[in-house]
Ligand binder design. Structure first.
Ligand SMILES: [Zn+2]
Ligand SMILES: [Zn+2]
Length: 280
């Protein structure tokens, strides 16, 4: 049996059609994979941001489907890398737009996938209805046009007038025509990676997380993902009761269940301001 997720000297493909290999391949260089040419995969069939093709399942299910399509299209590849983004209100702060990127490495031999994640607040994800050209101009400025492209639609549920618009005269003339015809135009930031530099940056951060997961391995079974989570409870400087400051680093292997705990900076006590007893 090979070492799980042995990558050195193995082959891989990136299952993408929106230029994501430009950030994925260089970022994964430390794994020593040989990347085969990207096969032609229509990843849009797993769902589009403009909802003309709805995503069939969850973000994770779409990620799995893309990666499996990558392996199917490239029989010589030991691994496939895929990426899937989702955009919407921040899970904790609903007024802040956020992006959640997943990048996965699927191993053909085991059928298992290791996933890197990145939650970004630095996203230009916006949607708006505009009934004047001034509103169109304001939207364009807010999303970082023209380096970030715009999608124009007749209404929230379509039909799509144009995707990937990054030319001001086309934006204005298409918006003008839609407003004259229907009273308003629906605008969205184009979230496809090759039209959205901010998104490309978020994908590369998710790839970094994937890389650190793959290179941090369980001491018992050598499976990737020996990454720590911290638990609160540092004793208070005044009363020694547990506070809301981080105290213990916990690692647990998702493969064999091996566990380890480590106290962080055991001699330091927490500020009483973080203590529920001293600062109720
Ligand atoms: Zn206290
Ligand atoms: Zn293990």
């Amino acid at each position: 049996m090979d070492r799980p997720f042995e990558t050195r000297g193995r082959t891989a493909v990136v299952a993408t059609m929106h230029g994501k290999e430009r950030v994925i391949i260089p970022a994964l260089a430390p794994l020593g994979l040989a990347f085969l040419p990207c096969p032609a995969i229509d990843t849009d069939r797993f769902g589009t941001f403009t909802r003309d093709i709805r995503r069939a399942g969850s973000q994770r299910a779409a990620l799995d489907a893309k990666a499996r399509a990558g392996l199917a299209a490239a029989p010589g590849a030991d691994y496939a890398v895929a990426s899937e983004g989702a955009f919407g209100p921040h899970p904790a702060f609903p007024f802040i737009p956020s992006g959640f990127e997943l990048v996965g490495l699927l191993e053909r031999q085991s059928g298992a996938m290791i996933v890197g994640r990145y939650l970004s607040l630095d996203t230009n994800f916006r949607q708006a209805q505009a009934s004047t050209i001034d509103e169109v101009e304001a939207f364009a400025q807010a999303i970082g046009f023209p380096s970030h492209a715009i999608v124009l639609m007749a209404g929230r549920d379509g039909p799509i007038i144009a995707k990937g618009v990054s030319d001001r005269s086309i934006l204005i003339s298409q918006a003008q025509a839609a407003i004259e015809c229907g009273g308003s135009v629906w605008l969205e930031a184009d979230m496809r990676a090759n039209r959205n530099p901010q998104r490309m940056a978020s994908i590369s951060l998710a790839v970094q997380e994937l890389l650190s997961t793959l290179t941090t391995r369980c001491p018992a079974c050598d499976y990737p993902g020996w990454t720590p989570q911290t638990k609160d409870g540092r004793p208070c400087l005044w009363c020694e009761n547990p506070t809301f400051e981080s105290w213990i680093e916990v690692r647990q292997c998702g493969n064999c269940g091996h566990q380890a705990e480590r106290c962080l900076d055991a001699d330091r006590r927490a500020e009483p301001g973080l203590c529920l007893i001293c600062n109720p």
